[in-house]
Each structure stands twice: as structure tokens, then as C-alpha cells.
Write a protein that binds this ligand. Structure first.
Ligand code: FES
Ligand SMILES: [Fe+2]
Length: 384
């Protein structure tokens, strides 16, 4: 069976029932619920925390904030990515306050303990008294295990972390995505840069909106013109992935502006764009000539930033010949997010109306929203 036929068959299986309802309003408006969500959901699963492209070379040190936990990434001497909680084991000061690209080591700003890029303690100046930095006996007695590592994994440029360390193996987490991305040689993609937008809405509304192809008719005139009507599809769930796809029209192909296609794509995918949400906060879209990792960053119960990280094929990610085409595409995504901003704000405002009880869903379009709600419910129902 072709990829497209398989996806369409899965869609038919997941049509919402008329009595299906979305999440209660409090899930979008209540501060206490937001905090509980950070602990129960975001700290216990794999979450998107950035992209590898920002760790340019060996010696890179880049901060992030995941579910209220300050962390940082390093690229060590072997070029591998590591992640640590951003705190000094001595007195608990925030260790890294500035991103760097060529650090030889990490020095604590408070009492100048130093750590290597693998989190190992290297030195403790004056620890045993003025001028007494270390003694063999002292080191044995006052051993320090170094920085606290955070579980980290990568997937074609995306940086994922699991704060509590107990989430499923990363291979299992990304398995449904691996199935959908199997036709693409994403190893060819290189990082080009990021554009960011802020939405005055709960993170789940931002994601639901991304999954909602129904609003394209009314909200996105340009995107509307890039899709053929028969290729407007609903989203469908598979494990932690909720995805959709559409065919590009000739306008869509023209928008590529000479950017090279991902190598060796099967014919079937050459004019298809794929959109996915990896629950909870990693969205990605794979287009014939580029890959976008959309990092959804909850900033509060009613505020969300979305960083769209763009990747293109090989040198087309950075060379001058494709600079204009890259800019045009990124400008398009800024405009697209701008079109969604006011709708997301109104979705958030609507959740303050007590009569709203989760919604009345379209049997054709709203399967993705229902699937997402069920993933949220399951995560929040986990035992302590
Ligand atoms: S808190 Fe870091 S060296 Fe003292
Ligand atoms: Fe939209």
C-alpha cells in the first residue's frame, strides 16, 4: 500500500463520534493546572528543548528551560551533545548564564569551581583553604560527582530531553515518526536559522491550531492557494505522533525558489508536505526541499512561544545562491504565524466562557484535536 493510501485509511478509522468532547476549560486557564502539567507531563516524557544547529561546534554551551527546570546543552570534545541541570553542586547557583560556542570548560561564577563539557568536576580553587586547591586525601573525603546529567537524545537535528529520566526509550518514542519519515534522507539537512512567534494562548491551543486544517479556508489565503481542495486532510494519531499531509500545487512548487529537493525521495512524496506533532511540544514539518522543527515553548498558562527552526539540503542551508529563497520561505512562515495569532488569542479568551464544554467536533476534520485531548488526559492521569 502506498504511504498516502495508508494514511488515508488510518484517518477513516479515527473519525470523532458526535458525543466526543475536548478538554475542560481549566486545562487552558488555570494556573495551578498549568503547574501540575509541567510536573506531571512535561518532566516525565521526552520533550523538545531546542535544535542541534544552535550547538555549532565542539565547546558549545547553550541554555534552555524545560518545564521550569533550567538546563544547558554542551557539545563535548568528541562532538557529542550532553545536557545538564543548570546548577552548581557547591551552593546551588545557576551555573551558565550566557551561551557560548567555544568554551574549553565551564567555570562557576560564585567560587570558580570548574567543570569539563562532560560535566566532570575539574578544579575547586581554595577549597581546602587559601591556596589549598586539592589534596589526595581531601579529594577522597569530599568527593563531588560533578554536574547532574539530563537524559538527552537527537532526531535529525531536534534536541529532546527527559527531565525525570524515566520516559520510554527514545527509539520507542520516535518509532511512529520514523515510519512516516522513512522516505526522506534527512541526514542531508543542515541548519539555516530560526524565526519565532509568540501566541497569547495556552500551548495546547497553539498545537490544536497547527493540527487544524479546517481553518485554512478562512484564515490562511496564501496557504489555501497552495493546497488542492481534494488534498485537505484531517490529522490522524499514531502513538505519540499526530500528523497530516497535503499536496503542493504549482504555486507551492514555485515557492521553493530553486531550493534543492531532499535527495532520493520516492516519487509519491515529491509534492507532499508532512505535518506532525510529537506530543507534547515538538511539531515538525517535512517539505520536499526543507525540514522545519517547530519548538513549542509554554511561557505561562496563556502564553506560548513557537520557534520555527529551518533546515535545508546541504549547502543550500547557508550559501549565498539560495539566500533569497530561504528568506522568502521564512518570511512566509512569519506571516503564516501572524495570521494565526489573533485566532489563538480568541481561542484563549473563549475558554473563559463557562458554558463551553470542550466543543462540538466535525466528523471529518477534528480527529487530531480529539486524539491530542486523549493524550493529555492519559498523561495527567498517571500515578504519582
Ligand atoms: S556555587 Fe559554584 S563554586 Fe560555589
Ligand atoms: Fe493556521
Amino acid at each position: 500500500m502506498s504511504v498516502i493510501a495508508r494514511r488515508d485509511a488510518a484517518r477513516k478509522e479515527q473519525r470523532p463520534n458526535p458525543d466526543e468532547r475536548g478538554l475542560p476549560n481549566a486545562y487552558f486557564t488555570d494556573e495551578a493546572h498549568y503547574r501540575e502539567e509541567q510536573e506531571r507531563l512535561f518532566r516525565r516524557t521526552w520533550v523538545m528543548a531546542g535544535v542541534e544547529g544552535t550547538l555549532l561546534e565542539k565547546g558549545a554551551v547553550v541554555q534552555a528551560d524545560v518545564a521550569g527546570v533550567p538546563i544547558f546543552f554542551t557539545r563535548n570534545r568528541d562532538g557529542e551533545v550532553r545536557a545538564f541541570q543548570n546548577v552548581c553542586p557547591h551552593r546551588g547557583v545557576r551555573l551558565v548564564v550566557e551561551d557560548q560556542q567555544r568554551a574549553a570548560m565551564i567555570t562557576c561564577p560564585y567560587h570558580a569551581w570548574t567543570y569539563d563539557l562532560d560535566g566532570k568536576l575539574k578544579s575547586r580553587a581554595h577549597f581546602f583553604g587559601p591556596g589549598a586547591h586539592a589534596t589526595a586525601e581531601g579529594e577522597a573525603l569530599h568527593a563531588c560527582e560533578g554536574l547532574w546529567p539530563v537524559r538527552v537524545a537527537t532526531w535529525n537535528g531536534a534536541l529532546l530531553v527527559n527531565i525525570d529520566g524515566n520516559a520510554m526509550p527514545i527509539e520507542d518514542y520516535v518509532a511512529p515518526l520514523d515510519v512516516e519519515a522513512a522516505g526522506y534522507d534527512l541526514g542531508a539537512m543542515r541548519y539555516a536559522g530560526v524565526v519565532s512567534s509568540t501566541f497569547e494562548a495556552n500551548w495546547k491551543l497553539t498545537i490544536e491550531n497547527f493540527l487544524d486544517a479546517y481553518h485554512v479556508f478562512a484564515v490562511h489565503p496564501t496557504l489555501d492557494s497552495l493546497m488542492t481542495p481534494d488534498q485537505r486532510k484531517s490529522s490522524v494519531g499514531s502513538g505519540n505522533l499526530i500528523y497530516s499531509d497535503y499536496y503542493s500545487t504549482d504555486t507551492g512548487k514555485a515557492m521553493r525558489g530553486g531550493l534543492p529537493l531532499i535527495p532520493d525521495m520516492p516519487d509519491e512524496l515529491i509534492n507532499v508536505s508532512f505535518f506532525g506533532v510529537m506530543f507534547p511540544n515538538w511539531m515538525l514539518s517535512i517539505h520536499p526541499a526543507y525540514l522545519l522543527h517547530w519548538h513549542v515553548v509554554p511561557l505561562g498558562v496563556d502564553r506560548t512561544r513557537v520557534d520555527v527552526h529551518a533546515h535545508f539540503v546541504g549547502e543550500a542551508a547557508t550559501d549565498a545562491a539560495h539566500a533569497e529563497a530561504r528568506k522568502k520561505l521564512l518570511d512566509y512562515y512569519i506571516a503564516l504565524n501572524g495570521e494565526d495569532e489573533s485566532i489563538c488569542r480568541r481561542l484563549q479568551q473563549g475558554r473563559q466562557a463557562p458554558a463551553y464544554d470542550g466543543g462540538r467536533f466535525s466528523p471529518y476534520w477534528d480527529g487530531g484535536t480529539v486524539y491530542l485531548a486523549n493524550l493529555v488526559r492519559a498523561a495527567m492521569a498517571q500515578a504519582d
